[in-house]
Structure formats: structure tokens, C-alpha cells
Design a binder for this molecule. Structure first.
Ligand code: F3S
Length: 429
């Protein structure tokens, strides 16, 4: 890698031993991927690793070294969701004990993050780009993120540029203000090697479409056509929410870090089919492909007929509009059924700032609580890391949560039926 004189000086120790180690790590990371130089970070910092797990002592020791040297990130950062919530999710004493065992160094770790640059205790969310949090990179800006759902959103929906870095690498880049130039930071790698033609009879579920795309293209870049008529050419909040869920599913069911949607996403608006790389492959997604995709998801419960005990909605975290939409859907459906309360305890996962905003509508918040829905800023996967929670019948409409846990997947309307009735076989008629 070609380094500037200043970078060489840092590697020689001009800014102390800790900065020397930080830069050495970034350079070694870049070398692995064939980067030729470091380039400045231009946009905001987001850190993926919010969980402190017992056994990762080397990580906490590194962070102590950084703090001891008085080093912080160049700008304050946001971080993924907090891993536990004993207030808004009913937790037994045994479950709580297990959480505290798994996440034993959590308090120490959060203290470390606050010292290194974490903005505040309100800045825990994987959807840091939502307006209520405001950690939003601009089109063309170079950033260094690692959270897969945020990486694919930043690249695809906002037109920023980031690779899917490793945890800690993005923190080190945030300290140095530089990132190795390779992968999706370069124009040539932002071209699509797949053309995905969506030919469905109606607007496809974002999370199922993302799953089908991810499974097909894996880590490649897809150029998706056929969605313009459903999404329109101006990105409004609903479109951004749709693309958020599509991207998270593509990133978790495959390893997609960037997708283009013809006539919708920024680079596709600028360049259209010029984004298609020479020799690209084509894949058609129709109603049958989506139905087959859903049918292929395994149910990992011991007893498939068991009544679900918990429903987790919001992976990635829900936007305010999504919280409001789910609120209306649930209340309307309960009214139709003549019921006050859902049969299944339900949690909306969403950032602290969105919770505050939703609570301003006191009547809606009261009605939602009466319906048996709580708002939480935790993460379903971190919740399901606890084996005592993973052993229970949990339902979700998130493809990412389905992929990384034992939660059973339903599409939105089917999930609504399941949580209203408690019947896991119930489907939207
Ligand atoms: Fe976010 Fe946790 Fe899902 S970090 S994307 S809620 S796995």
C-alpha cells in the first residue's frame, strides 16, 4: 500500500504507540483486500458492536489502551441496538441471569464506548440513518461501517460508499479518519453483475424479495428492475422503509452490500443500465419464486403447533412510519375481532428517539400498550442469543431475524393473524 509521509510517520510512532497500532491494523486489513492507499472518511461513523460478551477480554483491553492514550473517534458515533431490555420484554429470573452471564462485561464496555466517542445512551440503533437519529451519510461520501443492514442501506439507498468492514476496524478507521480504498469504494466495483427482473403480479414483500435476491446473487451487486411502478421515482419515507427491509434481507440471506433499483436508487437514477457490468447474468423473480422462497424457510421450533409466546417486529429497527402502520393494523384488526388484546406478547424494535416520538401521541401509546405491544430498542438476535429465549416459540416478519435465530417467519399479514389469534397455523385469508 502506498502511504503518505504522515501515515509512515504514524506507523513509525510519531503519534504514540496506540495510534501506531491502530494504523498498523487498518493497513494490514487494507493489504488483505489489495487496497493501494488510504482515503479520508467524509461521512458519519457508526459502530456495529454493541454487545459485550464474556471471553472477549482482548477487545476490552484494546479499548482501555485507546482510552488510556486519550484517543477518541474524530466525530461522535452511533452504535447498534442495546442487547438487553428487562423492562419492555417480559424476562424470567432464569433468563435474566443468563443474559447477565452472556453479556457480563456490558456496563464496562458501554462506559468504554462513551469515553471513545459514543454520542449518548439514546444512540443505540442499527437504523442510525433514520431522521430521528440523524446519522445520515450523504450521496458519494466515503464512510467505514460494518453493520450489514446499515452498510447496504448507506450504499444503495443513500448512495454513500462503504465496504462491509469488520467490527473494530470501523472504529479504528473512525479514530484515524481514514479507510483503505478497495471494494465498494471504487466505481468499477459498484457495477451490477446481475440484472434482477421483478415480474410479480403485485408489489412484492420487501423482505421476501430481498431474501430471493440475496440467495441468488450472494455477495454480488444486483440491478433490480420492475419495482419502479410500485415505488415511484421519488424516494419518500415508505420507499426508504421498503428498501431498508429489502436490503437487510439481501445482506443476511446472501451478503449483498449494494443493490441498485432502476429508476429509484441514486446511482440507478444517474446511470441507469450503464450500471450493468459487461457479461451480467439475468434472473427473473415472479410470484412462484417468492412463494418457493417462503416455503423453503425451515421452522426450527420443537413443536410446530405450539402457541407462540413472543412476536418480534423490527429487524432492522422500525421507522416511525412503520411503528404507526403496525399500530393501525393491529388496532383495526383487534376491533374487527372484538378483542382488546393480542394473544401473543408483541415487541416493536425501534430506536429510542422513535419511541419518544411515538409516545407523544399519548392515546395511541396507551391503546398499543393495552393491546399487549411494547416498544423496545433492543435487537431480536441479541435477545435470541440467550438459549432460554431461543428455545421458546417466537415469531417474526423479519428475514434477518429468521436467518440468524430460531424465530419462525411469517409475512406481515399472516403474522398479524397469528398474533391476534395465537394460532401458528392461521393465515391471512
Ligand atoms: Fe438491527 Fe439487530 Fe436486526 S442490529 S438489523 S435489529 S439483527
Amino acid at each position: 500500500m502506498h502511504l503518505t509521509q504522515e501515515e509512515q510517520d504514524i506507523l513509525a510512532g510519531s503519534q504514540g504507540e496506540v495510534m501506531q497500532k491502530v494504523l498498523r491494523t487498518i493497513v494490514a486489513f487494507g493489504d488483505v483486500f489489495g487496497a493501494e492507499r488510504l482515503i479520508p472518511i467524509e461521512g458519519p461513523i457508526h459502530f456495529v458492536n454493541t454487545t459485550a460478551m464474556a471471553g472477549l477480554d482482548a477487545v476490552y483491553a484494546h479499548l482501555d489502551e485507546i482510552i488510556g492514550a486519550g484517543i477518541k473517534t474524530l466525530q461522535p458515533f452511533t452504535v447498534d441496538p442495546y442487547p438487553m431490555d428487562f423492562v419492555n420484554i417480559e424476562t424470567t429470573e432464569e433468563q435474566k441471569k443468563e443474559f447477565l452471564r452472556i453479556y457480563e462485561p456490558q456496563d464496562r464496555y458501554i462506559e468504554q464506548l462513551l469515553k471513545i466517542g459514543l454520542k449518548s445512551m439514546d444512540d443505540f440503533s442499527c437504523a442510525c440513518y433514520l431522521p430521528q437519529i440523524g446519522n445520515i451519510p450523504k450521496k458519494g461520501q466515503i464512510i467505514a461501517w460494518a453493520e450489514s443492514s446499515a452498510v447496504v442501506y448507506a450504499n444503495s439507498v443513500l448512495g454513500a460508499r462503504t465496504n462491509r468492514n469488520s467490527a473494530l476496524i470501523e472504529l479504528f478507521c473512525g479514530i484515524m479518519g481514514k479507510v483503505p480504498e478497495f471494494g465498494l469504494l471504487l466505481d468499477k466495483n459498484r457495477k451490477a453483475t446481475w440484472k434482477i427482473e421483478v415480474r410479480t403480479s403485485e408489489k412484492p414483500s420487501a423482505t421476501v424479495l430481498g431474501s430471493a435476491v440475496g440467495r441468488k446473487v450472494m455477495e454480488d451487486v444486483p440491478y433490480i428492475t420492475g419495482l419502479e411502478k410500485y415505488l415511484g421515482t421519488t424516494q419518500d419515507g415508505d420507499t426508504q422503509d421498503y428498501l431498508k427491509d429489502l436490503g437487510a434481507a439481501a445482506a443476511s440471506n446472501g451478503a449483498v452490500g449494494l443493490f441498485h433499483v432502476e429508476g429509484v436508487t441514486p446511482e440507478a437514477l444517474d446511470l441507469g443500465e450503464e450500471l450493468l457490468a459487461e457479461g451480467y447474468q439475468t434472473y427473473v423473480i415472479d410470484d412462484q419464486v417468492l412463494a418457493d422462497t417462503v416455503a423453503s424457510y425451515p421452522v426450527l421450533w420443537k413443536d410446530k403447533k405450539e402457541t407462540p409466546v413472543l412476536c418480534l417486529i423490527g429487524c432492522p429497527h422500525l421507522s416511525l412510519t412503520q411503528v404507526q402502520n403496525w399500530y393501525h393494523k393491529i388496532v383495526d384488526r383487534l376491533e374487527k375481532e372484538g378483542k382488546e388484546r393480542l394473544a401473543v406478547q408483541t415487541i416493536f424494535l425501534t430506536p429510542p428517539a422513535v419511541i419518544k416520538e411515538f409516545k407523544k401521541d399519548e392515546a395511541a401509546f396507551e391503546r398499543l400498550t393495552k393491546a399487549g405491544v411494547n416498544l423496545s430498542n433492543t435487537c431480536p438476535i441479541m435477545y435470541m442469543t440467550n438459549p432460554l429465549c431461543a428455545a421458546r416459540p417466537v415469531v417474526t416478519c423479519s428475514n434477518k431475524a429468521r436467518t440468524y435465530s430460531t424465530a419462525r417467519f411469517y409475512e406481515d399479514d399472516d403474522l398479524l393473524e397469528v398474533i391476534v389469534t395465537g394460532d401458528p397455523e392461521r393465515r391471512n385469508a
